[in-house]
Design a protein around this ligand. Structure first.
Ligand SMILES: [Zn+2]
Length: 97
């Protein structure tokens, strides 16, 4: 059992996320929403790694790197949801079968 998950890492991750959001302009790229509470980091081409399989340290490094490489964009919660819906609808027909 591992109940010793340090809160420090969680806070660091939240702060890193907020920091990257600011670095990427601090507004939703679709609608211009600038309420930090609403803003999320979106993987432009989808995430190519499994969140649960990496430690929070690795995750933080990964996010940093992806931000540098331009793989992330800022979306608000509503636009993120809309994008996910569009992505699903854009899937080729055979994927639906
Ligand atoms: Zn938006």
């Amino acid at each position: 059992m591992n109940n010793g998950q340090p809160h420090r890492n969680v806070r660091l991750a939240v702060r890193l996320r907020a920091q990257i959001v600011q670095e990427l302009g601090g507004v939703c790229v679709r609608c211009g929403q600038d309420d930090p509470e609403e803003l999320q980091l979106d993987h432009i081409r989808g995430r190519d790694w499994v969140l649960n399989r990496v430690s929070s340290d690795q995750r933080a490094r990964r996010l940093r790197q992806e931000a540098t490489e331009g793989k992330l964009q800022v979306l608000c919660a509503a636009c993120n949801k809309a994008k996910q819906k569009e992505d699903r609808e854009r899937l080729p027909e055979e994927a639906e079968a």
